[in-house]
Ligand binder design. Structure first.
Ligand SMILES: [Zn+2]
Length: 335
């Protein structure tokens, strides 16, 4: 299933198109729709229509159609950027000026990407790739020791690559196709051996997925909330404690594709990053600014140093269940 979503729809929904268009076009109601003369051409029979329930216009004569952003481009001859800016003003979407300009950059870039029809660059693998007999279907003892039960490991697809001595798990794209296999070495002296801690078995490409979503999406929908961790291990640990509505970004800076994916879920967002991460700088803060314009964003930060502060680099689930529950309870809304 796809979870794609047009961010512009959100703006379109927030502006009353009929009220706005009526300022310049005489509109008359006929049934559910309203009609007027299309300003784009000589129009003796009113062929310009607005469907208020969809907040959408359509001209039966010239075919012009769209929501508020497109309306401003078509009828006020604004550029795309100007139209978005004006629509945001009309929509009364709040946010400080800084945030706003970042949102534009983000949206313009995303729009350009869509126009170019740039597809995520990663291959879709055959499911049989993961059923290779060299991958043993059994849990990792070291992860059991860290509090991730065997059944939860199995649910998230954890296996053991006997040949390379790695713990592995599958990576699925946003449509839940297998796109990669990720491995974590079991050699304790991997640094000496000059072996990377993490390995991807196939080229990574665009990171437009959230790890674990194939398991947790129903719980995210049900709770109307996604908890974002940095690693799949934290997702599994929280899952075992009954916090099943989580997914992993696989690192602490979300890609634009991940931001879109998360906004597309239309749920509240809780960031639960490791104790060494500051939410208030760089890309991290930009992402939060973008997202809080469209949904409620909460952060879990280690203000009381329950996780041992910045140097400890602990995930909010790393110390104990009690600490996690306290942190989760005291999460703060970003305003
Ligand atoms: Zn027309």
């Amino acid at each position: 299933m796809g979870v794609d979503y047009d961010i512009f729809q959100e703006i379109n929904d927030k502006v009353d198109l009929l009220a706005y268009a009526s300022q310049t076009i005489d509109m008359e109601q006929r049934g559910d729709d309203w009609f007027g003369q299309c300003p784009l051409h000589v129009d003796n029979t009113p062929s310009f229509s607005i469907t208020p329930s969809k907040n959408y216009y359509y001209c039966f004569s010239c075919g012009a159609h769209g929501g508020i952003v497109k309306f401003l481009m078509d009828f006020e001859h604004l550029s795309y950027k100007e139209a978005v800016e004006k629509a945001l003003r009309l929509a009364n979407i709040d946010g400080d000026v800084l945030c706003r300009s970042r949102v534009f950059t983000f949206m313009s870039r995303t729009k350009k990407m869509l126009q170019k029809k740039k597809v995520p660059k990663h291959m879709i693998l055959n499911d049989s790739e993961y059923n290779n007999p060299r991958y043993e279907r059994k849990p990792a003892q070291e992860w059991i020791d860290e509090g991730i039960p065997p059944d939860v490991q199995d649910l998230f697809g954890v296996r053991i690559d006997k040949r390379s001595n790695r713990i592995i798990y599958p990576v699925y794209d946003r449509d839940f196709h297998l796109i990669n296999i990720k491995g974590r070495t079991r050699y304790k002296n991997y640094k000496e051996l000059k072996i990377p801690k993490y390995t991807s078995y196939f080229p990574v490409g665009t990171v437009d997925y959230m790890q674990g979503l194939n398991v947790t999406l129903p719980y995210i929908k049900e709770k109307n909330e996604i908890i974002i961790f940095e690693s799949i291990k934290s997702v599994m640990k929280a899952y075992a404690w009954g916090y099943k509505n989580a997914a992993s970004a696989e690192k602490h800076t979300l890609t634009e594709e991940q931001v879109r994916l998360i906004l597309g879920l239309k749920v509240n967002v809780v960031f639960a990053y490791d104790s060494d991460i500051s939410y208030f700088e760089g890309r991290q803060w930009e992402n939060i600014c973008k997202m809080k314009m469209f949904t409620n964003v909460y952060i879990i930060d280690d203000k009381k140093r329950l996780l041992g502060g910045k140097d400890a680099k602990n995930s909010p689930v790393d110390v104990s269940r009690e600490v996690w529950e306290e942190l989760y309870k005291s999460k703060r809304k970003v305003i």
